[in-house]
Design a protein around this ligand. Structure first.
Ligand SMILES: [Zn+2]
Length: 347
């Protein structure tokens, strides 16, 4: 073997040896970033307990929890020190997720009423959920609320709110959007399944129109143009922004509209949901066939139904205030492969 070849081999080996180092650095840095995606078959690991030294204070434990986070073992046996997020996987439902994190389904639902819009049956892969550290409620502070009023709301002692997760400082007021872990807190009733369709007068809806999820609708409508028009015809906002700091978990944008205003399909597609969507109220979802789906919520009335092909600009229904709404507006979502996007980036 010539010196030159030897040098080449050493050089190659050196490069190969370098490669794993850069790979190893990435997960280290990535450990801090949420959401944590759980493996469907997460198995409790012995290694976690084997390699756990005796920690001397809570800060060290918190540090250790971060460093021990591994893609395959994201469910520590001990109580977690913070709320984490979880990205919904294909085949998930609230009950499976609750079991995975050893929490009650109510705790998952109560922590995510906003992302789920109170309609846990519509959970979809790609959606990001809060996973509380313990059973109970997870509350977003609104203007005017106090520790006393929040404790009363969730039927707990005020002292319960002063816990390791909330890091309350004596004499420091709560702020709007602050999120509080409420161990043992009892939230509102949860509807686990879509309600049955209300009785409708004959002839009100076309035969093709059914209530709620449209089942296996194959996308056979007109192809998407690839760009979206404004569903209200205006960029005016009335309500919450996407992932609003005042309303964490708000997955859409609230456009201004007046009761009865027409709401337009943002792009060509097929109606895959037309019906009651819990907090969404009367909801239409249009699948565009290119990975995108758009949601139009709080309608006062529908103009389209299940399986119907719609064109960009076609009237889907009319502005209203059904579901979680305090006044007429359009709650609008753009989802790409299930993951909510900021509609303002498409204006
Ligand atoms: Zn909204």
């Amino acid at each position: 073997m010539s010196i030159l070849m030897l040098a080449l081999l050493i050089g190659l080996a050196g490069r190969l040896a370098l490669a794993p180092i850069s790979v190893a650095v990435t997960p280290e840095a990535g450990v801090m970033s949420l959401p944590v995606a759980a493996e469907p078959e997460a198995t409790p690991t012995a290694s976690v307990t084997e390699t756990t030294p005796v920690w001397q204070n809570a800060n060290q434990v918190a540090h250790a929890v971060f460093r021990m986070a591994q893609p395959r073992t994201d469910i520590p046996e001990r109580v977690r020190l913070e709320v984490i997020t979880y990205t919904v996987q294909s085949g998930d439902n609230i009950f499976l997720i609750a079991e995975r994190f050893k929490l009650s389904p109510y705790s998952i639902a109560w922590a995510n009423m906003e992302p789920l819009q109170g309609a846990p049956w519509m959970i979809q892969p790609g959606l990001t959920l809060f996973i509380p550290p313990v059973d109970g409620a997870y509350h977003t502070v609104m203007v005017g609320e106090t520790l006393d009023s929040i404790a009363e709301l969730y039927e707990v002692q005020v002292s319960t709110l002063d816990n390791v997760w909330n890091k309350l400082q004596p004499g420091v007021a709560l702020y709007e959007g602050q999120q509080l872990v409420i161990p043992g807190g009892v939230g509102e009733d949860v509807e686990w399944e879509a309600p049955p369709p209300p009785p409708t007068a004959p002839g009100v809806y076309a035969a093709a129109v059914s209530w709620g999820a449209c089942g296996d609708v194959s996308v056979s409508g007109p192809g998407a143009t690839g760009w979206f028009i404004l569903p209200t015809g205006s960029t005016a906002v009335s309500g919450w922004y996407f992932n609003d700091a005042r309303k964490p978990g708000h997955q859409g944008l609230d456009y201004r509209c007046r009761m009865g205003d027409p709401i337009y399909a943002a792009d060509n597609g097929v109606v895959v949901f037309a019906g009651w969507g819990g907090g969404y109220g009367n909801l239409v979802r249009v699948r565009h066939g290119n990975g995108y789906e758009t949601y139009y919520a709080h309608f006062s009335a529908f103009e389209v139904g299940c399986g119907q092909a719609v064109y960009q600009g076609q009237v889907l229904g009319y502005c209203g205030s059904t579901g979680w709404s305090t006044g007429p507006h359009l709650h609008y979502e753009i989802r790409l492969n299930g993951v909510p996007q900021n509609p303002q980036l498409f204006e």
